[in-house]
Design a protein around this ligand. Sequence first.
Ligand code: SF4
Ligand code: SF4
Length: 118
Amino acid sequence: MYNCAKCPGYCCSYPIIPLTKRDVERLAKHFGLGFREARAKFTKVDGDEKYAMRRKADVHFGRICRFFDTEARRCTIYKARPTICREYPGGRCGYYDFLASERNSQEDPDHIASTWNK
Ligand code: SF4
Ligand code: SF4
């Protein structure tokens, strides 16, 4: 129903990507860091979220997850990605439906990403 490999990573640009304590522990282990160091390096408090993912600049979406490769348009920590990223989007992805529909109607397989690159 969707293909993340053909998408510029819209869901990775959501303003708040909430992590659990277990997610931070997984990241700490992945990078060989202590929990506190990983928490400070990769997350920040944002409203009610104790462990919101830190983000960085992105030419397409403005801001995006700090672990997103903005050139290759993919996750750089796939095996250590947070729970929410493993579960999202479930059955269908609305953004991918939109993207696929637009690319089909424009007869342009790179529509949107190619436009943003100009
Ligand atoms: S889940 Fe949807 S928005 Fe996220 S990368 Fe995959 S297709 Fe794109
Ligand atoms: S951890 Fe990976 S999949 Fe999750 S938001 Fe960041 S780049 Fe996207």
